[in-house]
Design a protein around this ligand. Structure first.
Ligand code: AMP
Ligand code: ZN
Length: 472
């Protein structure tokens, strides 16, 4: 029985889909004006684990993820500029070209991380009609009003506005009040834009469409309301994103969708915690890890990781090792440790004899079931895998069990083990000799053995679980 933490109730709940054995998921996706960073990728990995666990449990899953190509401003409170326009100006390209390029890069990154491709990746620019329709309804029922610079949602009309965030509306109003750029035609500072008009700072906005309120473009939040219900209906089962989206993005989605249709938008709201990093940037000198973010200029891309010789799946392993609701501090040392552990795991698997069959180590399969269904506890599921490998069970059963586990982990454990098996015996022997020499405290000779290995194109890393050899 799957249990998930629902941000809406702030409790772990038993998961009950709307339709038996079918699950609909909407995951907020990237704004394609720049590369995604490994913080964003942590959230997409969490989406992927959720999806894989549901599939493991026998559900048929339909997952939709938006690719935002218009309307996401550089600031959540309707000030700032459209991120896509900013990208186009930076690169002297059209917004369309910028969006196309970064979407492709994003898809490459998620493929490299073995993230299952969502069933649909819709773009708001292809769903303008659906967005306008919701706004029209909201205007008609007086939940939205047509002001000088935009059509705004009137937050005072929706008493449940702070239910998801648990915030006080007063705090939100105060935060909004500190914004430098404000549209004075807003009734309340907390009201948010549904449709921006081509006026004021947006007079030259390059993307625009006709609407009942004149030429303009949609606000960021309305796209997710329109595209989720277009493909999944309303309500659908699960909505996901990073914790920063709880307020305002997801609170706004709920407000506009529920007001327009009288139905909840989604039954379960799941949020992944952030990836943090320490940096020596000005203003960050306290040494405290901070959220990885483009605006903090402390971000690392998947490519940076690969350029340093790590495999993308080592990052996946690192992420699986922490529960999705805990903050995760990224450091190169922790990635190194994850790479070593993954390599060592693959080495242990490569020593198993036989091929996967029908039968499994039943007690471990049962324990695995329990861990992953307990609010997606991948960290405990991973340590279970280590324990399984150390047990004296028949190899064939272990291989079959690991094959099953890997449907959730997505670490290519059997494929990776096969590749590592190809390390020649001569190299493995040399590594063993070095280890023996080290234990005998013959450090000079041990270093010579390491140098010999390196000359032959292999490197050796010492991990808490023992030395790991790999091709350089
Ligand atoms: P954005 O492009 O800022 O809309 O972010 C895309 C996704 O990444 C959203 O679900 C965010 O919540 C998530 N996200 C942003 N920064 C981080 C971070 N440092 N760690 C984890 N997830 C993040
Ligand atoms: Zn969204």
């Amino acid at each position: 029985m799957l249990k998930l933490f629902n941000t809406l109730s702030k409790k772990i709940e038993k998961f009950q889909p709307i339709k038996d054995k079918r699950v609909s998921i909407y995951s907020c996706g990237p704004t394609v004006y720049d590369y995604v960073h490994i913080g964003n990728l942590r959230t997409y990995l969490f989406n992927d684990i959720l999806r894989r666990v549901l599939i493991y449990d026998g559900y048929k899953v339909k997952q939709v993820m938006n690719i935002t190509d218009v309307g996401h401003l550089t600031d959540d409170a309707d000030s700032g500029v459209d991120k896509l326009e900013k990208g186009a100006e930076r690169e002297k390209k059209t917004v369309w070209d910028v969006a196309k390029f970064y979407e492709k890069e994003f898809l490459n990154d998620i493929r490299a991380l073995n993230i299952l491709m969502p069933d649909k990746l819709p773009h708001p620019t292809d769903h303008i009609k659906q967005q306008i329709k919701i706004i029209e309804t909201l205007v008609k029922i007086n939940f939205a009003y047509d002001a000088k610079e935009a059509v705004y949602f009137d937050v005072s009309k929706f008493p449940d506005y702070t239910k998801l965030s648990g915030q006080k509306l007063k705090d939100k109003k105060q935060a909004a009040r500190t914004e430098v750029v404000k549209d004075l035609s807003k009734k309340n500072p907390a009201d948010f834009a549904l449709w921006f008009k081509l006026t004021g700072k947006f007079a030259d906005h390059s993307m625009h469409w006709p609407s009942p309120w004149g030429e303009g473009f949609p606000g960021w939040h309305i796209e997710c309301s329109a595209m989720s219900t277009e493909y999944l209906g309303q309500p659908f089962d699960i909505h996901t994103g990073g914790v920063d989206l709880i307020m305002p993005h997801h609170s706004n989605e709920i407000a506009q969708s529920q007001s327009a249709s009288g139905k909840p938008l989604a039954n379960y709201w799941l949020h992944g915690e952030h990836l943090l990093i320490k940096s020596g940037k000005p203003g960050h000198l306290d040494g405290e890890p901070r959220r990885m973010a483009k605006s903090e200029n402390n971000f690392i891309r998947l490519k940076d990781i690969v350029d340093k010789g790590f495999s993308p799946l080592a990052f996946r392993y690192l992420v699986l090792g922490a529960h999705y609701q805990t903050k995760l501090n990224f450091s190169w040392e922790s990635l190194r440790a994850a790479q070593n552990s993954l390599d060592h795991l693959l080495d242990l698997i490569s020593e198993l004899k036989g091929s996967p069959g029908k039968f499994m180590c039943a007690d471990y399969a049962k324990a695995f079931d329990r861990e992953i269904n307990n609010n997606l506890d991948t960290a405990r599921a991973l340590s279970l895998t280590w324990r399984l490998l150390k047990k004296p069970n028949p190899d064939k059963l272990k291989i079959s069990t690991i094959k099953k586990f890997d449907k959730v982990f997505g670490l290519d454990l059997l494929k990776g083990a096969l590749i590592r098996k190809k390390i020649p015996n001569k190299i493995k022997e040399l590594a063993k000799t070095r280890e023996r020499l080290r234990k005998q405290k013959e450090f000079g000779k041990a270093d010579d053995a390491r140098a010999e290995l390196e000359k032959l194109g292999y490197e050796i890393n010492d991990t808490p679980e023992g030395p790991v050899v790999k091709k350089k």
